[in-house]
Design a protein around this ligand. Structure first.
Ligand SMILES: [Zn+2]
Length: 492
């Protein structure tokens, strides 16, 4: 049903483009000529529409993420599994016909989960479903026990003057469900990254937060906190239903029907010292302007709980497939299209560093004297649901966005009037260096239901939705790579 709709509207899109860019007659003439005179070039938007329609039928992205998750499962940053998946991916990219494929290695401090648990002891005894936050500190092997200091919101915690010495902080702030994912951003920055450190500064012996997740299933969602080595506080995320259990107990306390709660918290992660991780970098060399680079990609590492299908096997597969459809259709872009599988996106590092793969990439490729100019960059790191809008940086050619919008509209994607402000986490270090970043906004309404949980597995991906993504990426990248459009750096 869905496929049919897309195909029909794709045809409508072609005539729309033709009306916008060139007369219909000229277009059909060009099509005829294409067969006998391959030296005559079609308008980039006509070629982009061709790639778009080819991508809708390709199924390549789903096949790739299926192979990736089946062969390697979880791919924690710096692990053997992440490394093996990079070697495998590089081999696959070579077989697909990318002109160059390389693996760039960089150093990484390694963290590994240990045993973990949380239970209420004494009255209201109950075990909770938990997971340690990445980079968090450890308890002794027997765990720690203390009174719970419960806060309904993160703001309650930061503004309270309660004595937290010897206590285990519990924060029950829920995550706001949004299409854009902005509800997660608020919590990941403050509640997860800074929360444990603030609790420790106030004398707490443990930190427990409601998972940054939007579903009422009993899974805990991990994610990075600030990396403080052996100085870090043991910090856990609890599943949403367990947070709601605490809410009910808090109500009983307020009604005078329950006394202070005693908790036993166990978490024994380890810092394994220095290791390495790697980026996989593959290119389709530009035909006429090879030093002008468009970088797209996803991150190959995942959390250790699921198999990293939506985060971010999907993004890796979508961007790979968008480039591969050019190779498969024997369409070489004018500018170079570079696909990067960044390593180690998920983990924090000492001294407030993170995004090690993205930093390593930016420092190697986006520097003065490299002989390259990055025209634009974007990452797919928001699952595998459909794309619904495009945000570009301010373009040198004002008609570019409208023309590309016409190509994307048959996919039910609109070109947003607003200039892009971000292009995905791994494009952050590029953006800092002034590289313009763009984004194909995906529907993230359900993304945080399984994000960073044991349930981030292949079954969560709808292949048809992935194909729509690939079509959008292929068309967008082709248009950028085959026009002289340039973009202004995003506003700071
Ligand atoms: Zn991710």
């Amino acid at each position: 049903m869905r496929t049919k709709t897309v195909c029909v509207s794709a045809l409508m899109g072609l005539s729309l483009i033709a009306m916008a860019a060139s007369p219909v007659v000229a277009q059909s003439k060009a099509k005829k000529v294409e067969q006998v005179r391959p030296d005559i070039k079609l308008a980039p938007e006509v070629e982009a529409a061709k790639l778009r329609d080819a991508a809708l039928k390709s199924n390549e992205a789903y096949e790739f993420v299926s192979q990736l998750t089946t062969r390697f499962g979880a791919r924690p940053a710096g692990s053997e599994s992440e490394r093996n998946s990079a070697v495998w991916a590089a081999e696959e990219l070579k077989k697909m016909g990318f002109d160059t494929v390389r693996i760039d290695t960089f150093p990484l401090a390694l963290w590994e989960r240990g045993a973990e648990g949380l239970e209420i002891t004494g009255p209201f005894a109950q075990k909770m479903v938990v997971t340690a936050l990445g980079g968090s500190g450890a308890t002794p092997p027997e765990g720690v026990t203390g009174e719970a200091a419960i806060f309904e919101t993160y703001q309650d915690f930061t503004t309270s003057t309660a004595d937290l010495r010897g206590k285990i902080v519990v924060i029950l702030q829920p995550t706001v469900r949004t299409q854009t994912g902005v509800g997660y951003g608020v919590g990941s920055g403050s509640m997860r990254r800074q929360g444990p450190e603030s609790a420790k500064a106030r004398g707490a012996i443990g930190y427990v937060m409601r998972s940054l997740g939007t579903e009422d299933h009993r899974f805990a969602h991990t994610g990075a906190t600030r990396f403080l080595g052996d100085e870090g506080l043991p910090a856990l995320a609890i599943s949403p239903p367990d947070a709601e259990q605490f809410e009910r107990l808090l109500k009983l306390q307020r009604e005078g029907k329950a006394g202070p709660l005693r908790l036993k918290l166990l978490s024994t992660p380890k810092f394994l010292g220095n290791g390495t991780s790697q980026n996989v970098v593959a290119e389709i060399k530009g035909r006429t302007r090879p030093s002008e680079i468009i970088t797209i990609g996803g991150h190959l590492d995942s959390w250790d709980l699921g198999t990293g299908a939506i985060d971010d096997g999907a993004g890796v597969a979508i961007t790979m497939a968008a480039a591969k459809v050019m190779i498969d259709n024997k369409m070489r872009p004018e500018r170079t299209v570079r696909v990067v599988f960044w390593g180690s996106e998920e983990v924090s590092q000492p001294n407030d560093k993170g995004l090690s793969g993205a930093v390593a990439y930016a420092e190697k490729y986006a520097i003065a004297g490299s002989g390259e100019t990055h025209i634009a960059a974007a990452e797919s790191d928001f699952g595998a649901d459909v794309v619904y809008s495009l945000n570009l940086p301010k373009a040198s050619d004002e008609t570019f966005k409208a023309t590309l919008g016409n190509v994307l509209f048959p996919l039910n994607i609109y070109a947003d009037r607003a200039d892009s402000t971000g292009g995905g986490p791994d494009t952050g270090p590029l953006k800092t260096k002034g590289v313009p970043v763009f984004s194909l906004q995906q529907n993230g309404t359900d993304y945080f239901d399984v994000h960073h949980t044991v349930d981030d597995v292949l079954d969560r991906i709808d292949p048809k939705k992935m194909d729509q993504n690939v079509a959008a990426w292929a068309a967008t990248v082709w248009m950028i790579a085959n026009t002289s459009v340039t973009f202004a750096p995003n506003p700071k």
